[in-house]
Design a protein around this ligand. Structure first.
Ligand SMILES: [Mg+2]
Length: 324
């Protein structure tokens, strides 16, 4: 029997996509950070994300409000990845019947706090009994308010690859927690990510920016999706990667390579995007003035190969994939 382990997460998604019917409201279905839907004059964005106990979090390591925070943030980040505005969410919860009520209230407080920070609301959902782990499924609906949204496809050969913020901190936070250490600056990045919604909206209004994704599964895998959707190759310059001081310090102490954490770690919920390199300095200065958000050019797109290279060479395999 062919199992989901055999085909992996992305093989499974391909098979599911073939079953789903087409509809005139669907502008883009499976295959990007959000589905894009035309409802009357409006372009809506829709996405959902699951958080499963002992897969995405361990109760021993995280407070209930941070479980909610992170689940909501990872969903809203998919709206950010397209340059959209989150509008509302639905939350499905399952938990064992002996779970404390105040624990679940704290989870929902965390969820509600993220939505309200981004001007959105949770409008309903579902609650069911689980005979195993606590699970959350957060659906978010947003809209495209500007002239366009950004897709994973659309990068052009010669574009530079740029990222927002610092990378690898969330992965280092997880590594530290798993090794019994709670280092505030790292734990915060692991438990309370802040999706780049405003930056995503701003970037989608710039014609020199051609494609975008959020970094949820590690830089290598996520920019691999940009390369694949755009049918191009990307060469990443590891020396250019934005390594925060806290990450450098921790990695030195623990004798870990920060580049590994950045490439494969994920959960940073920063944005990776492609842009016309001739307007790169101008765009970076403009976004710096607008948000004080660090933007770093970390690579370049090419039509001479497909897939992701690091310093011109194949990098040993990628980010997180379920079922494997
Ligand atoms: Mg995403």
């Amino acid at each position: 029997m062919l199992t989901v382990r055999d085909v992996g997460e992305f093989g499974l998604i391909d098979r599911i996509a073939r079953i789903l019917p087409k509809s005139p409201i669907v502008v883009d279905g499976v295959g990007d950070d959000c589905a894009v839907l035309r409802i009357g004059e409006r372009l809506l964005l829709a996405s959902c994300d699951q958080s499963i106990e002992n897969v995405h979090f361990c109760r021993a390591n995280i407070t209930p409000d941070d479980i909610g925070w992170k689940a909501a943030a990872s969903s809203i980040s998919d709206i950010a990845a397209m340059g959209g505005t989150p509008l509302f969410g639905l939350v499905a919860l399952s938990c064992p019947s002996d779970t404390g009520v105040s624990y679940i209230e704290a989870v929902y407080q965390g969820l509600a706090n993220v939505f309200s920070q981004y001007g959105a609301v949770i409008v309903g959902g579902d609650t069911v009994e689980s005979n195993g782990p606590l699970t959350l499924d957060v659906t978010v609906v947003g809209e495209v308010r500007g002239a366009r949204c950004l897709r994973r496809r659309g990068a052009l050969a010669g574009d530079v690859l740029a990222v927002t913020g610092h990378l690898g901190l969330a992965a280092a936070g997880l590594y530290a927690l798993e090794h019994g250490k709670d280092i505030q600056e790292l734990t915060q990045r692991q438990h309370r990510p802040r999706p780049r919604v405003r930056e995503g909206q701003w970037l989608s209004a710039r014609p020199e920016v051609h494609s975008m994704i959020d970094i949820s599964d590690g830089l290598l895998q996520d920019v691999g999706h940009l390369a694949e959707a755009s049918e191009l190759g990307i060469d990443i310059d590891p020396g250019a990667l934005p390594v925060a001081e806290a990450l450098a310090k921790y990695c030195q102490q623990e004798d870990i390579n920060p580049v590994e954490l950045i490439m494969k770690g994920g959960e940073d919920y920063e944005l990776a995007f492609s842009m016309d390199c001739s307007r790169c300095a101008e765009t970076m200065a403009a976004i710096g003035n607008e948000f004080r958000t660090l933007i770093t050019v970390v690579g370049r797109f090419s039509d001479e190969w497909t897939g992701v290279r690091v310093s011109g060479a194949e990098f040993d395999k990628a980010g997180f994939q379920h079922f494997r």
